[in-house]
Design a protein around this ligand. Structure first.
Ligand code: UTP
Length: 228
């Protein structure tokens, strides 16, 4: 069985510096598990830095996205290095094409991807990868520990969802989808719609809680949110 992990750039390079302890712990979790994995790496601060610099130099949005995609692939290459040195059976290159991912996902324990085309996010890429390789479960790993009724930083009365339905998630994501950088909900609206159409069980956990991440990978109870 395949599980797709969507690893936010904020988990890989939390303060602009690669978090080697996290990358090593993630590699250990994957090594321990009997499951197969598709992993999609996000860009985080480095992607934003480069995209904004490109915009200031006069680049358009397509170009800014293309540059940001390179950052996601660079993060993916870093994770690939951690997986290789842990002795995991991983496809040897960062994959940039869902169609191509199918065969390595069948023969290797792990395949790793970054972003694909301008205009979308690695949330959406992760769901497309899950659809392409037939993953039944997706785990979103970010600096947000769960889905809340409102932004908990702005609203002290916000309540955590332990479990919620696809339509509820779509409604929440729609409220904050302005198609603008910096206005991001924990999971992109298009990604929410795609998990709903394919009924992919999706878990939201924080990169700071390896116990939750391990439980989510195995489909067990954790302190984040499960959407199904
Ligand atoms: P991310 O999806 O990682 O966005 O891609 P993010 O908002 O930085 O998410 P975190 O912080 O990693 O969780 C970074 C940027 O790369 C471009 C977009 O500009 C996106 O904002 N991108 C990514 C694409 O254009 N296409 C893709 O397929 C992926």
């Amino acid at each position: 069985m395949h599980v797709v992990l969507s690893i936010g750039g904020s988990s890989i390079i939390p303060d602009g510096l690669p978090d080697l302890a996290f990358l090593r712990s993630l590699a250990n979790l994957i090594k321990k598990s009997k499951l197969s994995f598709g992993i999609l790496c996000g860009g985080g601060t480095v992607a934003r830095l480069y995209a904004n610099a490109a915009r200031e130099l006069g680049a358009g949005e397509y170009e800014a996205d293309s540059i940001a995609i390179r950052s996601t692939r660079q993060n993916a290459a870093l994770l690939l290095a951690a997986l290789k040195s842990a002795g995991i059976d991983v496809h040897g290159r960062v994959i940039d094409d869902f169609e191509f991912a199918k065969e390595p996902a069948r023969v290797n324990k792990v395949v790793v991807m970054g972003g694909t085309i301008p205009g979308i996010t690695t949330d959406t890429d992760s769901v497309l990868l899950a659809e392409a390789i037939g993953a039944e479960r997706l785990v979103n790993v970010s600096n947000v520990d769960a889905i809340y009724t409102a932004d908990p930083k702005k609203n002290p009365n916000a309540k955590k969802y332990v479990k919620m339905g696809y339509e509820e998630l779509i409604a929440l994501a729609s409220q904050s989808d302005k198609r603008m950088a910096g206005t991001n909900f924990v999971f992109d609206l298009l990604a929410c719609k795609l998990i709903a159409r394919s009924k992919i069980e999706t878990h939201f956990v924080s990169f700071k809680r390896m116990d939750d991440l391990e439980a989510a990978i195995e489909g067990k109870k954790h302190s984040g949110t499960v959407v199904c």
